[in-house]
Design a protein around this ligand. Structure first.
Ligand code: ACO
Length: 331
């Protein structure tokens, strides 16, 4: 358990997703799949996909502007921008720098963070450290993904799962020591990384290197194995976080997990013995948006009036590499 009189908290949020929607029925025309298979195995009904020429930076910037407006902050008041992404527009400049330019946060440092689906929680925990040392700082965190650009549209085992989008939050000092981030866990399990890879685009292979099979320029996953590790790991993270803070799952008001697969969320909920009304799910609308999934879910939970003053939330995530994390927070 951590004790500090200064707590950091999420001051405001914003989201933006592409207007183009790809439904399961439309996917049936692209690969050998069916709406019923996708719905039963994943809970996903549709996902938002970038149009040709549309960039994820435009959504990262739009989400950031909304979060800044809601916090009533000038972009000049932002001290740091952390962008969690696996799919920036470019390797250089970083997406963080494009967000800085797009919102006009001229006094901020900016960088990208690569921790796949756990990236937003990693970023939140980093921001928490900065706020403890610099209580007047305001930090913009963005989770943004253009996964449709890294999908092999001939691989039905992955192309039905992912979507594009961005979620942004402004983090600052909490007005009360009783509210804000209580504790977090970050972790990774390097022995499993080969189950989920995206090899093309790194420096191991030159662009169009003939030694790399074309499908390795896209996400490859051994879904069933990933599924099992995901459920076990997120359960362990949730129980550890609660236990070391003298809490049980019964104290939780809302679980806002990474939205990778409804069945993963359901297994987790059953193992943790949490009733379904205390679990936030929006995967049916967006699919897996990796680092963007938790900020988009938090935003929608707030819009639906579910993040009431004083409630206790837990977010847990799991993703490629493998990374995992959890953040316990009082609102
Ligand atoms: N449509 C129809 N059939 C399909 C599809 C599809 N889209 N995809 C696979 N199948 C078939 C398979 O070919 C297989 O057929 P077979 O039995 O004839 O061989 C059958 O369905 C079962 O395949 P499984 O892979 O065993 O299906 P499973 O029930 O495990 O579901 C899924 C697959 C949805 C991928 C699941 O394993 C999963 O969600 N895994 C975890 C994903 C995840 O959380 N990833 C981490 C985050 S991603 C990131 O970090 C970027």
């Amino acid at each position: 358990m951590r004790s500090s009189s200064i707590k950091s908290t999420i001051l405001s949020m914003g989201i933006s997703v592409p207007s183009k929607v790809l439904t399961n029925i439309e996917l049936e025309k692209i690969v050998n799949t069916s709406d019923s298979w996708i719905t039963e195995r994943t809970g996903i009904k549709k996902r938002h996909i970038l149009k040709d020429g549309e960039l994820i930076s435009s959504h990262a910037i739009k989400a950031s502007k909304e979060a800044l407006e809601r916090a009533k902050l000038s972009p000049k008041e932002i001290n740091l921008i952390i962008c969690a992404t696996l799919t920036p527009d470019y390797l250089m400049p970083s997406l963080g720098i494009l967000i800085q330019e797009g919102v006009g946060a001229i006094n901020a440092g900016a960088f990208d963070l690569s921790a796949t689906c756990s990236g937003f929680l990693y970023a939140l925990s980093i921001a928490d450290q900065f706020i403890k040392n610099n209580p007047n700082w305001k930090i913009l965190i963005v989770g943004a993904e253009a996964l449709s650009r890294k999908i092999n549209w001939e691989d039905r085992s992955t192309c039905v799962l992912f979507g594009d989008g961005a979620g942004a939050v402004v983090v600052g000092k909490s007005s009360s020591p009783d509210k804000g981030i209580i504790d977090f866990i970050l972790g990774s399990s390097s022995d499993n990384w080969s189950l989920l890879t995206l090899k093309g685009g790194g420096s191991c292979f030159a662009p169009f290197d003939k030694r790399l099979p074309p499908e390795d320029y896209f996400i490859k996953m051994q879904g069933r194995e990933v599924f099992k590790v995901a459920v076990k790991t997120m359960e362990r993270v949730a129980l550890n976080l609660l236990e070391r803070n003298g809490l049980t799952t019964q104290d939780l008001d809302l679980l806002v997990p990474h939205q990778a697969n409804l069945r993963i969320i359901d297994f987790l909920r059953e193992r943790l013995k949490i009733p379904s009304e205390k679990v936030y799910v929006n995967i049916q609308k967006y699919g897996n948006t990796s680092a963007a999934s938790i900020p988009i879910a938090l935003y929608e939970a707030q819009e639906e009036g579910k993040l009431k003053d004083g409630i206790l939330t837990l977010s847990v995530a799991f993703g490629g590499s493998f990374t995992f994390g959890g953040v316990l927070m009082r609102w």
